[in-house]
Design a protein around this ligand. Sequence first.
Ligand code: GAP
Length: 492
Amino acid sequence: MAKEKNVFESVVSHCKEYGFVFPSSEIYDGLGAVYDYGNYGSELKKNIKEYWWRSMVYMHENIVGIDSAIFMHPKIWKASGHIDGFSDPMIDNKDSKKRYRADQLIEDKIARYEKDGKTNKAAELQQGLDDALVDNHLDKLKSLIEEHEIVCPISGTRNWTDVRQFNLMYSTQMGSVADDANEIYLRPETAQGIFVNFLNVQKSGRMKVPFGIAQIGKAFRNEIVARQFIMRMREFEQMEMQFFVRPGTEMQWYRYWKESRLKWHLALGTSPDKYRFHDHVKLAHYANAAVDIEFQFPFGFKEVEGIHSRTDFDLKQHQEFSGKKLHYFDPELGPDGKAIGNYIPYVIETSIGVDRMFLLTMINAYCEEEVINGDQKDIRTVLKLHPALAPVKVAILPLVKKDGLPEIARKLMNNLKMDYVCQYDEKDAIGKRYRRQDAIGTPFCITVDYDTLQDQSVTIRYRDSMKQERIAIDSIASLIAKEVSLNRLLTE
Ligand code: GAP
């Protein structure tokens, strides 16, 4: 059964077979760590983004959205620290010519120590790794690799280069003259587009601190080692929100967003055991507190979302590098009865990867169940997606392709398709059609049969329980509306 089998491998092949995710440029043998979303995947991804956008922008009167350009002035990346500091420590094996992230090689070794019950060794190596990362100490990483006899997974040798920093940003040229002055970058995070628009949004929206700006968009990182399918990609999508607050109140808002974001995840019905918080030991150059929301993937607990208290670092840097004042005038009265006045706001950021959320959703939903089919046992593969996220909401199935049943089914389809993604299917036996819908996570199948001709009712079949009941055609729309509503998910 799926839960014992390698769920991850099953999900990856399910994604391909059922049109959720394809390797990019597949007919040209693919492109490393770049993926395309297929017919059902693009719908699921759209629904995940919609759930996030509504919860952030529509449910908070003090949060608004923007859509900033991917190309930005190159000075932005100097100001943000990405040109000098956005790098990973890499090491090459001279025999296999393969490149690795030095910290990931060490993490893999820690996992192996733990698996073999060598908990002291694991703890000692973890401590060494944390120290090396806090100090950004490349030689220390190399000596840990040597001391713990870490070998290249391909060549099996310990013939390593030194550890070097590798900048993760992609650069390209703007305009036709190829010199350094025209070098620009593909953004490695969407956040900077929000920071540089802080005053535009504050003024045009007459926003008062505390307020937030949300954005969904593509980001690009030349990851040294991209692995685990859409978990770590070179082109991916982020949903980020910067919440601008009065200095001194940031920890209160940090706690608020930490809890609020976990609630957003749990509202989808996922078991709370599958999530945990992981406080950062090594803080990014801009943060004074940071926590990851981690999900239990089949390959262990991994980060899905980060909540970062970014201080006033980014706005201050952009003020300095642009020469434009990025102050906010706070008209509220302080304890002395005077207006609080000008300051650069502090920022709490919530940042989640759409693709990681997609993978989490698929892994969480994927089930292989034993079912009885006549006198035989059978396995059904079903995606138990939350109905609000499911790519197709309703399948309309005439029992047979004749006697007026397709006409009624088509009429029903035409009524429902204005509001919901529906699928009409009249091919194959009804059981087979149910299975096809199970595999893409359709929560409701409506079957039009001979009784429909007499009593204007249909059979509705529920995906998870496989229960079937008769309902009047007139009541279908309201039943579906209630079950697939994103708004219900946001308010319950
Ligand atoms: N603005 C802050 C920031 O970008 P991050 O922790 O580097 O923080 C935030 O990224 C989220 O983006 C991560 O929690 C993860 O979900 C997603 N993410 C980061 N790198 C990714 C990659 N290479 N592929 C897919 N998702 C990625």
